[in-house]
Design a protein around this ligand. Structure first.
Ligand SMILES: Nc1ncnc2c1ncn2[C@@H]1O[C@H](COP(=O)(O)OP(=O)(O)OP(=O)(O)O)[C@@H](O)[C@H]1O
Ligand SMILES: [Mg+2]
Length: 236
């Protein structure tokens, strides 16, 4: 089966302007095609532009130059409101600095994207319970962030990203705080999504995980792709 391109970038650039004299070129010309159902791992040194690329691909920030297409939609051409709606509907994002609402419980944090979608209480409850159980957090649903460990908070963020059943999951170092066994559970979850023809884009410093689970390994350095490696056979 021929898979369709779900995300495509053309000549993508992102500069951060610090002041009149200095700017950082975080992304310096990236052309990338990502297929629906693909599991892509992005690796690279600290400061190489991985998080910036993820935020561009998901429409959280806009490029200085170039375009990101999601299917046939140019994210640059959407209004802020349309882009926010697009993100809520199509995308789950696990941030590197896993931010959570400090005064809300695990359950309530995972509920946020569903409230935006106006899903009724019963269905919300079903989805939240499922998402929390998939990341092994059923017992912590009434805990607030200060009553949880770093790895548990990270898993709340993963549950929140998955609870809407998005087409694309972006995960920026999703297992940085997790032990080996818990990381495996998360990688298996992403693999399950991929097998349902969802797209998974993950930044990781763990190349062993990347090689074990991903279909493609993309290396970036100084805001550019330096190599792309296919890890799995199309026919697999
Ligand atoms: N908001 C910002 N303003 C100015 N510079 C920024 C901003 N965000 C990122 N940068 C710079 O852009 C470059 C790329 O940052 P980015 O966060 O994408 O790196 P990264 O590959 O994710 O690194 P890490 O592995 O440490 O998370 C870095 O040099 C960083 O200092
Ligand atoms: Mg980063």
């Amino acid at each position: 089966m021929e898979n369709k391109i779900i995300i495509r970038t053309e000549n993508l650039h992102k500069d951060f302007i610090l002041n009149k004299e200095s700017k950082v070129s975080a992304i310096g010309g990236i052309d990338l095609n990502i297929e629906q159902g693909e599991f892509v791992a992005i690796v690279g040194r600290s400061g190489s532009g991985k998080s910036t690329l993820m935020q561009l691909l998901s429409g959280i920030i806009l490029p200085t130059q170039g375009d990101v297409y999601y299917r046939n939609t140019n994210l640059n051409k959407l209004s802020n409101k349309e882009r926010a709606a697009f993100r809520n509907k199509e995308i789950g994002f696990v941030f590197q600095s896993f931010f959570v609402e400090k005064n809300l419980t695990a359950y309530e944090n995972v509920e946020i994207p569903l409230l935006i979608q106006d899903i009724d209480k019963k269905e919300r409850e079903r989805r939240i319970e499922l998402a929390l159980s998939q990341v092994g957090l059923s017992k912590r649903k009434d805990h607030k962030p200060r009553e949880m460990s770093g790895g548990e908070i990270q898993r709340v963020c993963i549950a929140r990203a998955m609870v809407t059943d998005p087409e694309v999951i972006f995960a920026d170092e999703p297992t940085g705080q997790l032990d080996f066994a818990t990381s495996e559970i998360i990688m298996e979850l992403f693999t399950k999504m991929k097998n349902e023809n969802k797209t998974v884009i993950m930044v990781t410093h763990n190349e062993t995980d990347a090689r074990k689970y991903a279909d493609r390994l993309i290396r970036i350095q100084d805001g550019k792709i330096t190599s792309e490696e296919k890890l799995k056979d199309e026919q697999a």
